[in-house]
Ligand binder design. Structure first.
Ligand SMILES: Cc1ncc(COP(=O)(O)O)c(C=O)c1O
Length: 387
């Protein structure tokens, strides 16, 4: 069924795309110390999985305009130790893979596409020339099934070996899946505007940060991650995934696009947009870059806009051997992912999605204008929360 849905002959489905990356590393059995070039923004767990296999991660800077890794840098990052290139399509935007694969193939290197954040239906399912394409259906993803991931694997023998490895992993119990659903339902209740007000008062009384608590609950497998990701899905999860994929509605998805575009057109110029020149510009997250992100964030929160900086785990991948940047005499390393650094240092995520009504989107745009204006007036602006 999933095969038909993804219009491909080869697939594996698992509980997390991290698990797929893990089993792929096991199968490829790269020599310890080999290098994997990764686009410089991803979640830390992805780096942990690669490092767990004694591989070195080489970050590859990305462009803020497109979110694509910078093609011209690629040849300078490839060494005799490079064994794979991993491109992440972040924030729901898609990178143009063909030029990257052309370079990779000229060095005989496999290409992995991390599409965890970019599922948008069955018209775009990764480049057929990529060796491994990973989709995630974890919580907060487009078409979430509260877990589950799909891989497209180009090479039949790699697919068979991955299936063998994967066959040794234990199957998730129904109870575990049910527990997860209850947990996410609780998070959903915590974040409802109605319950939020009651909770905020209670949390303040007990000195608890209720949003941090919700984020913590959303993050799966915090401890012993590399062990715990080795898990196959329960039949309940597979059924859920099947229903979510069968029920995928393009028009419903496009409502999110309309809302994203609506906000994009109304934001002030000082709010720099991310990935606007991406070949496919979907809005899984809605990042903007501002001069004083912490001040802008606190003003937005005070104005009742639930913008955030830390809720997503996306972060820069720092080079393993970074020069001491505190020393002004240290020459700038041309391969340092400085654009990725700038993005992470200046990003604020706006709460824009298909469910947000237009009048609230207007409020968000006005609040961003106000927050930027105030942040310019005084770096130390203090606003009392209206919540
Ligand atoms: C870019 C990226 N890669 C990989 C993953 C991991 O996906 P999963 O939770 O299915 O393991 C995520 C999840 O948030 C992600 O955002």
């Amino acid at each position: 069924m999933l095969i038909k849905l993804l219009k491909t002959s080869i697939k594996v489905e698992v509980t997390r795309s991290l698990c797929l990356g893990h089993s792929n590393c096991e199968v490829m059995n790269f020599e310890a110390g080999s290098e994997v070039i990764m686009s410089a923004i991803n979640i830390p767990d992805m780096v942990t999985v690669v490092k767990h296999h004694n591989l070195k991660v080489v970050p590859w800077d990305i462009s803020i305009e497109t979110t694509e890794p910078k093609l011209d840098l690629l040849p300078s990052l490839i060494t005799s130790h490079t064994v794979a290139i991993l491109v992440a399509h972040i924030f729901g935007k898609w990178c143009d893979m063909d030029p990257i694969i052309d370079v990779a193939q000229s060095y005989n290197l496999p290409v992995i596409e991390d599409c965890a954040e970019s599922f948008c239906g069955f018209d775009v399912i990764g480049n057929p020339r990529s060796d491994l394409v990973l989709f995630s259906f974890g919580v907060i993803k487009f078409s979430t099934a509260f877990g589950g991931a799909i891989a497209k694997i180009k090479d039949e023998s790699v697919y068979k070996k991955m299936l063998e490895v994967y066959g040794t992993y234990r199957v998730q119990g129904h109870g575990e899946f049910l527990k997860k659903i209850f947990k996410y339902y609780l998070v959903y209740l915590i974040l409802l505007p109605f319950s939020e007000k009651i909770l905020i008062s209670a949390a303040r009384f007990f000195g608890i940060d209720h949003k941090a608590m919700a984020v913590q609950m959303l993050r799966g497998f915090p401890d012993q991650m590399t062990q715990r990701i080795k898990m196959r899905p329960s039949s309940a999860l597979l059924q859920m995934l099947r229903e979510r994929l069968e029920g995928f509605s393009k028009s419903d998805f496009e409502t999110g696009q309309v809302k994203g575009d609506y906000v994009r057109m109304r934001l002030p110029e000082e709010a720099q947009m991310v990935g606007m020149k991406a070949i496919i510009n979907n809005y899984w997250l809605f990042p903007i870059l501002v001069e004083s992100p912490d001040t802008v964030l606190s003003v937005l929160n005070a104005l009742g806009v639930d913008a955030y900086r830390g809720a997503t785990q996306l972060n820069i991948i720092e080079p393993e051997t970074s020069p001491n940047s505190d020393d002004p005499m240290t020459p700038i390393d041309p391969s340092y992912p400085s654009e990725a650094r700038y993005l992470i240092d200046h990003v604020v995520y706006l709460p824009v999605n298909k469910k947000v009504p237009f009048h609230v989107l207007n409020k968000i745009c006005n609040a961003v204008k106000e927050a930027i204006r105030l942040s310019k007036d005084s770096p130390k602006v203090r606003i009392q929360s209206k919540l």
